[in-house]
Design a protein around this ligand. Structure first.
Ligand code: GPW
Length: 803
């Protein structure tokens, strides 16, 4: 849209007056934010309504992305950017003597997700709108997002994230679109006169699902899509029939986000959440379709439903239920439609993350859905036992071992299933879903994850963005593949210096932020070495810590090292004891290192509490090194690897997840690879001959750092140090930390040496930035659209706002 600075100033004053009956100068930052957000909503309203109308008129095929997590990040700046009015608004605010950043900082970050999976869902929402695809999000409006993390004496404590305390100005409550969700009770199937079965529900607990819609604004194209988040309420007109306690139980369904990343705790409330938002989504999709069609025959040509991991896999039996019970479609026809509509992404190979539900719990909570799953199971066995044998089908049928196995159900009920990086997709076929791959080979495919450079470069990294505009023009803002133009300047010493200067500016800004948040004065000239992701044993923050201890000992011996600042951001699941022990050790190491005047001029460690999307926007632009050091074969893809690459950080990585594609993109000279390959690790498993203790005994440097965990040198970690020491030696180091230690140090030494040559370093950074465009989520969703959803985005024309 077009907006002049003058028009903005007039609009903003007007809005502030209407909201607060006060002039701008009387308002707090929070009030200024609320007024600016509401004003921005008024700019979004018309294109939002127009987009919806156009989709209806043109009967555009709709994509529905079902995800139990969304991590949109702050929306004000991003909406202004995508509308094409960020510059005008900032200029207007400056003219009013207001600080844009102060206003932006008043916005709460909706933490409706744990990590990569939720952030990916939001990147896809932004990308679908930006390529003009009719994408709709379907999720949960959690009253409390992921816990706020604080450190007390180095231990993680979890505080509630009351993110809606000041309201959420981006949402619109749509009570007229509420639907009823049925839990529990029992069902009776009665043949009706027409021959259809009539399903009668008895003694169910009914919950009202009320949708709140959030606009997803496309980049400079006039498209505004919808993210629909469901909230649980007691059914209306039944107030008197509900005790306070019953209402409390209902509200609980959407009160909190489960804080476990890649872990299935098997809790009933979680199952309730999963069915709640899935059923609400399916019902609302079918209702919308039926407003303009009098049968379901053409449904699959107008609707694609994607399930983000298995949390919404109940969408398969739920769609079957609605088709058969409400729309009176036969089983065979319903199954044909469901298969054509549904597709599924798997995000992990870790067995503890694969969802299974005890049949007792599942059938008690969802009796009708369970009947349908039983029938899917029965027909699956009938169809495939003859060809593939009882033993194999028993392993992979939806029901088995007293459990409902969600990954198998999702694969059997979808026409497409994908992993999120080539190595991950191959391992799915080889291991976790091997038998199902034998039966349905044509369903399996890869879709490498993506990120949105709009948030990470255009908003998060202004110094780099301006430098790019100056050097290669602004086309990269619309098409990130244009970043490749940078290659022309890889031998231009002036440009390489400019690149280093932009990085230095970001590092100074982060140093200031670190000082303000954790009160540590860090040297902005140090190498900024970043590891930001959930705390998990397989991600091996511990390997990074052992590397720091090795550097500490070297400095104590009087060795010289270039200055390095290690920056961590990581939350541990509250029940994940081992991860929390690692956090305590990380904090203790940070205190020891930073407090040692012999060492701290060359080595500093900061662990920033409460890592999330907003903090990532501050850390990533300042990174020199990106630590992507998971045990090979364990990280499905990773996405912080892509973000850090696009900021010009050099990747220090194992051959895991999308690190492999980054290596292929930049070439071996522009990435630092170390460690065991997935193949070598599989070899250890096969032969059963990994002996962690051998590494401890043979490598004196490793011996020395491991001893530090138990010899009292690091204050305050008696229990934690011992537990970790034992996990590595007594329990044989499940994640091959010790096997990779030596090559990790060697890779780090190479980076230290390289940093002595700023131009050589900058040249590698340049290649990373130049090749990062391919990881734009815009391309990822286009590949989903082409291969899986069968939608052709009507890429609306650039609206002429500059790029
Ligand atoms: F276990 N991922 C995540 F697969 O962030 F469901 N949370 C999760 O619960 C799962 C996966 C699940 C992550 C993967 O660990 C990461 O490798 C990947 O990049 C990301 O999902 C997006 O695909």
């Amino acid at each position: 849209m077009a907006l002049t600075k003058e028009q903005f100033i007039a609009d903003f004053k007007d809005m502030a007056l209407k909201m607060y009956a006060a002039p701008l100068e009387d308002l707090s930052s929070q009030q200024l934010y609320q007024a600016l957000a509401l004003l921005t909503r008024t700019y979004i309203a018309q294109p939002w309504a127009d987009t919806k109308k156009r989709y209806d008129q043109e009967e555009t095929k709709q994509v529905y992305y079902f995800s139990i997590e969304f991590l949109p990040g702050r929306l004000l700046q991003s909406n202004l950017l995508n509308l094409g009015i960020l510059d005008a608004v900032e200029a207007g605010l400056h003219a009013l003597d207001l600080h844009p950043q102060k206003i932006f900082d008043a916005e709460a970050d909706p933490g409706l997700g744990n990590g990569g999976l939720g952030r990916l869902a939001s990147a896809f929402m932004d990308a679908m709108a930006s390529v003009g695809m009719a994408g709709n999000g379907n999720g949960i409006r959690y009253q409390y997002g992921l816990f706020k993390q604080a450190f007390v004496n180095g231990y993680q404590v979890e505080l509630p994230d009351d993110w809606m305390r000041n309201g959420f100005p981006w949402e619109t409550r749509k009570e007229n679109r509420a639907v009823t969700i049925k839990f529990g009770g029992w069902v009776e199937l009665k043949p009706s006169r027409s021959g259809n079965l009539r399903v009668i529900y008895h003694q169910t607990d009914d919950v009202l699902a009320v949708p709140y819609d959030v606009a997803m604004v496309g980049y400079h194209n006039g498209v505004v899509n919808n993210l629909r988040l469901w909230s649980a309420e007691a059914p209306i007109n039944a107030g008197s029939r509900f005790t306070l306690e019953q209402k409390e139980r209902i509200n609980q369904i959407t009160q909190i986000l489960y804080p476990d990343d890649s872990d299935n705790a098997g809790k009933e409330l979680r199952l309730r959440q999963e069915y709640f938002f899935t059923s609400a989504g399916i019902q609302s999709i079918v209702r919308h379709y039926r407003r303009t069609h009098n049968s379901m025959a053409g449904f699959a040509d107008r609707v694609a439903i994607h399930i983000n991991d298995t949390h919404p896999a109940m969408a398969i039996p739920e769609l079957m239920r609605v088709l058969m019970d409400d729309e009176h479609v036969s089983w065979n026809e319903a199954w044909r439609i469901t298969l054509k509509v549904m597709s599924y992404t798997n995000h992990t190979l870790l067995s503890e993350a694969l969802e299974v539900w005890p049949i007792d719990m599942f059938s008690g909570l969802l009796p009708r859905i369970y009947q349908i799953v039983q029938e899917i199971d029965r027909r699956f066995r009938l169809a495939f036992v003859p060809q593939f044998g009882q033993a194999m089908i028993d392993r992979i049928a939806p029901l088995g071992n007293g459990q409902v196995r969600m990954a198998y159900l999702a694969t059997i009920g979808s026409h497409a299933i994908n992993g999120v990086a080539p190595i991950h997709s191959e391992l799915l076929k080889k291991d976790v879903l091997h038998d199902l791959f034998e039966i349905f080979p044509e369903r399996f495919n890869n879709k490498t994850n993506g990120i949105t450079p709009r948030r990470w470069i255009q908003i998060g990294d202004r110094p780099l963005a301006h430098l790019l505009d100056k050097k290669i023009g602004t086309t990269w803002r619309k098409n990130p593949l244009a970043l490749r133009k940078l290659h022309d300047f890889s031998d231009d010493p002036h440009f390489l210096s400019d690149l280093n200067a932009a990085k230095a500016e970001n590092k100074r800004a982060l140093a200031k932020y670190i000082d303000q948040t954790v009160h540590v004065k860090v040297d902005p000239d140090a190498i900024f070495d970043v590891q930001i992701k959930r705390l998990h044993a397989y991600k091996r923050q511990l390997l990074h810590v052992l590397g720091i201890l090795d550097a500490y000992l070297a400095l104590k011996r009087g060795e010289k090292r270039p200055k390095r600042l290690h920056i961590f951001g990581a939350k541990a699941a509250p029940s994940y004891v081992y991860a929390k022990e690692i956090i305590k050790v990380m904090n203790a190491v940070a205190d020891m290192v930073n407090g040692d005047p012999e060492v701290s001029p060359y080595l500093q460690v900061v662990f920033l509490p409460n890592y999330g999307v907003t903090m990532a926007e501050k850390i990533i632009p300042a990174a020199d090194i990106s630590e992507q050091i998971s045990t090979a074969g364990k990280e499905a893809s990773g996405t912080s690897n892509m973000k850090l690459m696009s900021a010009g950080a050099l990747t220090l990585a194992t051959l895991d997840g999308a690190n492999i594609e980054i290596k292929n993109a930049v070439g071996d000279d522009n990435i630092e690879i170390f460690g065991l390959t997935e193949d070598e690790i599989a070899g250890y498993y096969r032969r059963g001959d990994y002996r962690a203790r051998d590494f401890y005994e043979k490598d004196p440097r490793l011996h020395a750092v491991l001893d530090m965990l138990v010899n009292g040198q690091i204050p305050g970690i008696e229990t934690e140090g011992r537990d970790i020491f034992n996990s590595l030696l007594t329990y044989n180091d499940e994640y091959f930390v010790l096997a990779d230690f030596e090559s990790y140090l060697a890779a780090n030494a190479k980076l230290d040496a390289l940093y002595q040559q700023p131009q050589a370093w900058a040249k590698k950074a340049l290649v990373n930035i130049a090749e990062s465009g391919r990881f734009s989520a815009d391309f990822t969703v286009q590949r989903y659209g082409h291969d899986i959803w069968h939608v052709v985005p009507q890429t609306p024309e650039d609206d002429g706002l500059g790029n």
